[in-house]
Ligand binder design. Structure first.
Ligand SMILES: [Cu+2]
Length: 98
């Protein structure tokens, strides 16, 4: 994450992104997710987790990786579901036809 805000890299269907956006909004409302940092201590307090196999959430300056093996045809999207980011265009299609 070379930016100045927290960003997520998430591979999922558009519907899955939509429901995850609601969870991320809740994280932000509860103070677990800040614009530029993740409050891991508060995440535990609220019994929340953000460790899905299909996504990674990174603070500015952090790096990480998601390993995904495509073994079927797929119509997916990569996206960032931090509130406001998907809507501002932080998404793109992944189409795999074998
Ligand atoms: Cu983002």
């Amino acid at each position: 994450n070379k930016g100045e805000l927290v960003h997520e890299f998430n591979i999922a269907t558009a519907a899955m992104h939509s429901s995850h956006q609601a969870e991320m909004m809740e994280m932000m409302q509860k103070g677990v997710l800040g614009a530029d940092r993740i409050h891991h201590d508060k995440m535990g307090e609220h019994g929340m987790r953000h460790d899905h196999a299909n996504s990674i959430l990174l603070e500015p300056g952090e790096s990480g990786e998601v390993v995904w093996t495509f073994d079927t045809d797929a119509e997916l999207e990569f996206a960032c579901n931090v509130p406001g980011h998907y809507e501002s265009g932080m998404k793109g299609p992944i189409r795999l036809h074998q």
